[in-house]
Design a protein around this ligand. Structure first.
Ligand code: SF4
Length: 69
């Protein structure tokens, strides 16, 4: 399994992750990113079978608040 992690407090709401990887990311009502299927909280985590576009989203994030492992 792989893991996607999002530090919401660092997110500047640029929308890149949701544009590049709508499978895993969407913009929430507060203007920050949210991992689809994860509990909405300060640090979100989601276990996935494959990272797929999440890797591109992590590379593109200007706030470096998306982490993959
Ligand atoms: S790319 Fe990074 S800063 Fe931009 S919305 Fe996504 S998590 Fe936030």
């Amino acid at each position: 399994m792989a893991k996607i992690k999002l530090e919401r407090e660092k997110c500047i709401g640029c929308g890149s992750c949701a544009a590049l990887c709508p499978k895993y990311f969407e913009m929430a009502d507060d203007g920050k990113s949210h991992i689809k299927g994860a509990d909405k909280k300060e640090i979100e985590e989601l276990e996935v079978a494959k990272l797929e576009c999440a890797e591109s989203a992590a590379e593109a994030c200007p706030a470096q608040c998306i982490h993959t492992s």
